[in-house]
Design a protein around this ligand. Sequence first.
Ligand SMILES: C[S@@+](CC[C@H](N)C(=O)[O-])C[C@H]1O[C@@H](n2cnc3c(N)ncnc32)[C@H](O)[C@@H]1O
Length: 312
Amino acid sequence: MSDFLREVIEGLEANDKYLLSKYFYNSEGDRLFQQIMQLDEYYLSRAEAEILKEQSPQICAHLPKQGFRLAELGAGDGTKTRYLLEAALDAKKEFSYHPIDISSNALEIISTNLNHWLPELEFEPMADEYFSALSRLAQMDDKALCVLFLGSNIGNFRRDNVDVFMSHLHQSLKPRDHLLLGIDLKKDPNKILAAYNDSMGITAAFNFNILRRINDELGGQFDLSKFRHYNNYDPHSGESRSYLLSLETQDIYIEKAGRSFHFDRHEAIHTETSRKYSPRDLQQLAEKHGFKIEQRFSDSQNFYEDQLWIRL
Ligand SMILES: C[S@@+](CC[C@H](N)C(=O)[O-])C[C@H]1O[C@@H](n2cnc3c(N)ncnc32)[C@H](O)[C@@H]1O
């Protein structure tokens, strides 16, 4: 049984139904995410692009001069990372770049982009989950590692999984290795709500893509018109959560699962969490997991930060 099928069954059998957000990303999901990054309401990518465009030389000044690996978790299309890579090449750093992504489509896009933008860059894409790729890198040699985890991707973990992720990351790194963490900050809740419920319905289409994938790849019989996109935000936990709500009582057959799944009217499938952090939350997270915050870089509106952490 594929991981996708197993995890879909587990999620739809749960009392509070869920589907894992990593399954948004196939070629259609990657295409929709690129559209989301262009939306007026989706301030996150613009804020992070501004930081990297204007402050990459300062970020690079903290990195070793030579012999290190720059590994990016969930690299996407590389539009923002390009600024950092350019600054590192301009500073004559000697390094190799390893974009890691479970979407081989995303890796094809970033490879084409990098060959075009930075032909002199040494890079090796890795189509893998975050930690199996990192442990492969650690086994290669003892070069220093700088891990990039941008796009506020850390916010996509469920609360308990953030700790699992951080301790795993701590184990994968050596003392003095770096982490550049891009994080969306807690802010006006209305600003956040609009980012995940845009007027053109692109975020909704992205959310629905997970059902489309189940239909296409697992023989699911979801009728998308019988669900609706719903998002909320809790300013205490900082969690923005996306759901798909069943508009009626229905049983949905999934061929590869060989069975149907029951939905009550208004029953929700949780599809994505995008957690926002305060600077204090981040300080606590770093301390708890054996990292020191070396430097914080923020955009002109203080919506977002890229923080450079050092593994202790
Ligand atoms: C929201 S996109 C962000 C892309 C990029 N970092 C940015 O900031 O624009 C998340 C990316 O992470 C990848 N991804 C999600 N979960 C992953 C996992 N567990 N292992 C590897 N890649 C993953 C997805 O395929 C997608 O390309």
